[in-house]
Write a protein that binds this ligand. Structure first.
Ligand code: C2E
Ligand code: MG
Ligand code: MG
Ligand code: MG
Length: 287
């Protein structure tokens, strides 16, 4: 099938503008090569998880981490998710990748607990195709059981656009997950479009303010207004609110002043390997 597409693209190329055809073939070939590699990445253990701390503004403590996938490519080095998650989503490979992420994240969370470190919540990103998969709930349950991790430590991050496509279906699935004891949060809030009426019917414990509103917070009165509105909306709906992409002290101060509950960003830590999180949690026990 992929070969056929390739062949068609090449044929098209011969009969059309050479420059355009060349560009198209290059990107298609690149895509096919990535896809081929990605297929092996899971089996050949080339995927890695980094973890970014989430900090509670009141206690100043790391209360959780977000698992962020990386692809340790044999030739290209560390590949960022923006370069392969969309492709994985398009091709359906995200289901296998997502399952690996879920199992690995649960295993890691339990392993920190086994080391005697204070328990923290583990957030895992779930993409649309993964969410739609009928086996999602079963796979989440299996990942928890296999790791021996209590469901209260797992949080799934979904985007607004994902849950707004089919509100009823999303509500049903999220209720199932919530019943199991899993927390749900909305990622990149403010960048998609939400029906505010629908928002209150989802069992959501947390909204994540997208980093695009945080970036210019110190100078943009528009972004200040948006951040304040999201914080206020979250609290009105009995949810917690976290800001992502916090890089400066000034941004932290603004958000704290508006009553934001939690933060995540380079100001605190970039995404790091599991041992670094272990060390941070060990320090927290001494504090
Ligand atoms: P996201 O879930 O919104 O994750 C936040 C992104 O912001 C991460 O990029 C993180 O490294 C980055 N970030 C954190 N703090 C800062 C900061 O202070 N400044 C800036 N400029 N960026 C910051 P990353 O790791 O490249 O991931 C990009 C996206 O890829 C994620 O966005 C998520 O949508 C997706 N992704 C990552 N891992 C997974 C996964 O396991 N499964 C799925 N389905 N998607 C994933
Ligand atoms: Mg996320
Ligand atoms: Mg986000
Ligand atoms: Mg994002």
């Amino acid at each position: 099938n992929a070969d056929a597409a390739m062949y068609r693209a090449k044929e098209l190329g011969k009969n059309n503008c050479q420059f355009y055809a060349h560009e198209m073939n290059a990107s298609l070939e690149e895509k096919l090569a990535l896809m081929e590699g990605l297929r092996r990445a899971v089996d050949e253990s080339q995927l890695r998880l980094l973890y970014q701390p989430k900090v509670d503004l009141v206690t100043g403590r790391v209360f959780g981490v977000e698992a962020l996938v990386r692809w340790q490519h044999p030739e290209r080095g560390m590949v960022r998710p923006d370069q392969f998650i969309p492709l994985a989503e398009e091709s359906g490979m995200i289901v296998a990748i997502g399952e690996w992420v879920l199992r690995e994240a649960c295993r890691q969370a339990r392993s920190w607990q086994d080391a005697g470190l204070p328990p923290i919540s583990m957030s895992v990103n779930v993409s649309p195709r993964q969410f739609d998969d009928r086996r999602l709930v079963g796979r989440v349950a299996a990942a928890l059981a296999e790791a021996g991790l209590d469901a209260r430590w797992l949080e799934l991050e979904v985007t607004e656009s994902l849950i707004m496509r089919d509100v009823q279906q999303a509500v049903d699935k999220m209720r199932e997950l919530e019943t199991m004891g899993i927390a749900l949060s909305i990622d990149d809030f403010g960048t998609g479009y939400s029906s505010l009426a629908a928002l209150k019917s989802f069992p959501i414990s947390r909204l994540k303010i997208d980093k695009s509103f945080v970036r210019d917070l110190a100078h943009s009165t528009d972004d200040q207004a948006i951040a304040r509105a999201i914080i206020s909306l979250s609290h009105q709906l009995q949810m917690r609110v976290i800001a992502e992409g916090v890089e400066t002290e000034q941004q932290r101060e603004f958000l704290a002043q508006y009553g934001c509950d939690e933060m995540q960003g380079y100001l605190f830590s970039k995404p790091v390997p599991p041992d670094d999180i272990g060390a941070m949690l060990a320090l927290r026990m001494l504090a």
